[in-house]
Design a protein around this ligand. Structure first.
Ligand code: UT7
Length: 325
């Protein structure tokens, strides 16, 4: 039997020029390189400067993915931009990306699931492709999250950074078994009862302002570990794989301690986790595709390997995608 599958064709990423070290931050707020490294594993983050926006970073990442695949923008049917930091309240940043890429057809829209955004957008595009509503899709996670920070709040401002990652997807025919190349499963979840644990205290409808990030760090940490472990186990249970079958896990990069605690809970070898949090910090929806692009480009990820992408963020939202590369 032939079934429609979604395969990854190429990846791309983009980082702002400016880089801020922990030392730089310790001159802004009462913090230290030692505290930040010990509690989070973060050493530096990139900061969007003048002329750099969520849209421009998304275009740069998407253009790289298209060039690497030698695919023209007009051969793409769908663009989904996962972001919490849109260039404007409306229209969708994805429509600007569509125009800037020179794409004159298809459909483009934004998706908001905060740090889980890329996994939600991947699940969405996978459904479009498997249903035959799109043949080629660009899924982009792009954020200028530092523009939501209260730079006087040391409990949040040290944690985040800016950047973008993109993947080009296309439909392919598979056999319907887990030996197929491409997306083998997606699982996404939310629990709105946790709305206030990680949020921005502003918005056009509530305060008519953009607002700043507020977070109950300990609660987020606890839920992040259990939700990411759950999302990983659901992916394995639904496909019949064991944790030892995974070649790489590409998780949302919030905190090195969250990654280690999650690995311990599911008995995953920590050497199989792709980690970039030390250089990028938490880039929200961009973190998974940024880490993925890095591991593809440096040759760690190879054709045929089994990858687990997973994330957790505000809402709370969380989810996973199991992929054969
Ligand atoms: O995508 C999801 C987004 N968010 C997350 O994943 C964050 C999840 N949470 C975390 O990663 C951790 O909870 C944090 C890294 C945010 C905090 O680590 P923690 O071990 O939970 O520290 P804490 O909040 O218990 O704070 C310990 C101490 C406090 O001082 P006192 O009360 O013990 O005197 C804080 O005031 O560390 C202090 N502190 C800092 N000190 C230096 C908090 N932030 C800082 C800082 N520099 N930046």
């Amino acid at each position: 039997m032939t079934v429609r599958r979604t395969r990854f064709v190429s990846t791309g990423s983009a980082l702002p020029r400016q880089c801020l070290s922990n030392e730089d931050l310790s001159r802004l707020v009462d913090t230290s390189d030692e505290w930040i490294i010990q509690r989070t594993g973060i050493r530096q983050r990139h900061l969007a400067g003048d002329g750099e926006t969520t849209g421009t970073l998304a275009v740069d990442a998407a253009r790289t993915a298209l060039e690497r695949a030698d695919v023209s923008p007009d051969d793409v049917d769908l663009i989904v931009v996962a972001t919490t930091t849109a260039d404007h309240t409306f229209p969708a940043t994805a429509t600007r990306v569509q125009a800037d890429l020179g794409m004159t057809r298809g459909v483009a829209f934004d998706l908001q699931a905060v740090c889980s955004g890329f996994v939600f957008a991947l699940a969405t595009a996978d459904n479009f492709i498997r249903l035959g509503q799109a043949d080629r899709a660009l899924v982009i996670g792009s954020e200028t999250f530092t523009r939501l920070l209260d730079w006087t709040d040391r409990t949040t401002c040290v944690l985040f950074g800016d950047g973008a990652g993109a993947v080009l997807l296309e439909g392919t025919d598979g056999t319907g078994t887990v030996a197929d190349q491409g997306v083998l499963s997606t699982h996404i979840y939310s629990d709105g009862r946790q709305y206030e644990k990680l949020m921005v205290d502003g918005g056009p409808s509530s305060t008519r302002t953009v607002g700043h990030v507020r977070m109950d760090g300990k609660e987020v940490f606890k839920h992040a570990v259990s939700n990411m472990a759950y999302a990983l186990e659901e992916a394995l249970n639904s496909t019949g794989f064991s944790v030892d079958d995974l070649d790489w896990v590409i998780p949302h990069q919030a905190n090195r301690r969250i990654l280690d605690a999650t690995a311990k809970r599911v008995a995953l070898d920590p050497a199989k986790i792709v980690v970039s949090v030390e250089r990028h910090a938490n880039t929200s929806a961009a973190s998974v595709p940024l880490a993925l692009d890095e591991a593809v480009c440096d040759g760690r990820i190879k054709a045929g390997q089994l990858l687990l992408l997973e994330a957790m963020g505000g809402g709370f939202t969380w989810g996973s995608a199991l992929v054969r590369w």
